[in-house]
Write a protein that binds this ligand. Structure first.
Ligand SMILES: Cc1cc2nc3c(=O)[nH]c(=O)nc-3n(C[C@H](O)[C@H](O)[C@H](O)COP(=O)(O)OP(=O)(O)OC[C@H]3O[C@@H](n4cnc5c(N)ncnc54)[C@H](O)[C@@H]3O)c2cc1C
Length: 433
């Protein structure tokens, strides 16, 4: 994303500028701060991690295709060039909208003139008993690393047991959206590669990956032809797709469905939905929108505030059809940039304008060589062409030249069926975390 020419601000000049605090260094927060770089405002970006995470590729970290460092980038490095941007590594615990301050986890406070809440969302377990305790969500780099360790450990255990008696290796992925589809496909490939290259003695007839969803088909945001294609490709990879199934309970090593079936499950992966409940955005003053998101007006300001804004997954942003924009990376990027422009307009006494998302389409991969992409005008690309489109787009948005290069080499390697991604269990031997 283009930024304005570099402007050197002296400490004195900076102190006199209005202070914009951006909470969250995800797609939305970064886009906001980038647009404010070198503009006459003082910006503080606060994130509980000192890195930005490229969430769309987490499933590849979880299935040992990529390394954590491939999908994360230090936030400080991104803004190192901009003298009007400071980065603070801290968690914001509360916003005091009366006093215009954010409260940090170390008890410190930071005052703002304008606040942008871009804190994203988190996994929603829909209050299904046991789901939060026993299933594994995929919403952060730590989640991805934990899931990878659990999957690799399960494979190791099965290999040991194999020498005495065959052991079932049942993985259940809950959620048939892009994350569930991508994870199920990549998991199947992980197991195939591990058997082929790592000498594991698994009885493949005992390995089962199920992808379950309440909806009547996979990828409901895509046209039906794309859902059928995804299902066929997953079945080729050995994934059992079960739509129209409702999960009612998750146990430590089992899952139960509404129809009464209970199956043993080595690992349950949760990719069923997201919510802003439990995040900073949910605790802001004012009404909520769907998914417990902070309800904002057309210019992205909280409906009852003059100087608090919310963007990306954290915000319920109204569209022209009286609905709300979806929680997607391009929506987050565009809303962040729009919000920055509106703050500058307010500061220069101009009227704000409404946010309109320019639809860039949506995509999902199914394994190493197939993908579906729904284009903005409704057309669908699939197969290798879809996969190359997916690859190009993700490389484009990935932050950092070295990350792009590493990921590109890795994917090229994988495409030609060579082993890739060291299958390392990086965890404390005592705690397994
Ligand atoms: C596994 C997965 C796969 C996805 N795949 C796709 C895809 O293929 N295509 C697509 O378009 N979208 C995809 N998405 C959705 C997309 O990633 C999100 O829409 C996008 O990340 C939203 O950006 P954001 O900046 O609003 O939130 P996030 O990217 O979640 O960033 C929020 C940031 O806020 C920080 N934060 C949160 N709370 C605090 C706090 N209290 N104090 C300080 N910092 C805080 C977090 O650390 C994080 O850095 C995927 C999401 C997931 C989880």
């Amino acid at each position: 994303m283009a930024t304005s020419p570099r402007v050197e601000f002296s400490a004195q000049e900076l102190a006199a500028l209005p202070h914009v605090v951006v909470v969250g260094g995800g797609f939305a927060g970064l886009a906001t701060a980038r647009k404010l770089a070198n503009k006459p405002v003082r910006v503080t970006v606060i994130d509980r991690h000192n890195f930005h995470t490229f969430l769309p590729l987490l499933y590849q970290v979880a299935t040992a295709g990529l390394e954590p460092a491939d999908v994360a980038y230090p936030i400080r490095t991104i803004f190192g060039h901009a003298t009007n941007i400071r980065v603070r590594h801290a968690r914001v615990t509360r916003v005091d909208q009366e006093r215009n301050v954010v409260v940090l986890d170390d008890g410190g406070e930071i005052a703002y003139d304008h606040l942008v809440v871009a804190t994203g969302a988190t996994a929603s377990f829909f209050e299904i008993p046991g789901a939060a305790d026993y299933s594994m969500p995929l919403y952060s780099l730590a989640d991805a690393r934990r899931l990878r360790n659990r999957l690799l450990r399960a494979i190791e255990e099965a290999d040991v047991a194999e020498s005495s008696s065959p052991v079932a290796l049942h993985f259940v992925v809950v959620g048939g959206g892009p994350t569930g589809v991508e994870t199920a496909g990549a998991l199947s490939e992980l197991i195939a590669i591990a058997i082929k290259r790592d000498g594991l003695r698994l009885d493949t007839s005992q390995v089962r990956i199920r992808l379950v969803d309440l909806a009547p088909r996979l990828l409901t945001a895509f046209p039906e032809s794309a859902s059928r294609y995804a299902e066929k490709e997953l079945e080729k990879l050995g994934v059992v797709v079960e739509c129209g199934r409702s999960v009612v309970e998750v146990e430590e090593r089992a899952i139960r469905f509404a129809d009464g079936e209970r199956i043993e499950a080595t690992v349950v992966i949760w990719a069923a939905g997201i919510t802003a409940r439990g995040t900073l955005a949910h605790d802001l003053e004012g009404p909520r929108g769907p998914g417990a998101r902070a309800l904002v007006g057309p210019d992205l300001r909280l409906v009852e505030s003059a100087n608090v804004w919310s963007v990306g997954d954290a915000a319920a942003m109204p569209d022209a059809q009286r609905s709300f924009y979806p929680q997607l990376a391009p929506v987050a990027i565009q809303s962040g940039a729009h919000c920055a422009t509106q703050i500058l307009r307010v500061l220069s006494g101009e009227a704000t304008t409404a946010f309109h998302y320019r639809d860039k389409g949506i995509m999902a991969t199914i394994g190493r060589r197939a993908a579906v992409a729904k284009l903005a005008h409704g057309g669908v690309i699939r197969g290798s062409a879809g996969w190359f489109a997916w690859l190009a787009l993700h490389l484009w948005y990935l932050v950092g030249f070295r990350n792009r290069l590493r990921v590109m080499i890795n994917w090229t390697w994988r495409y030609f069926d060579w082993p890739s991604g060291p299958r390392l269990i990086v965890a404390d031997a005592e705690t397994a975390e």
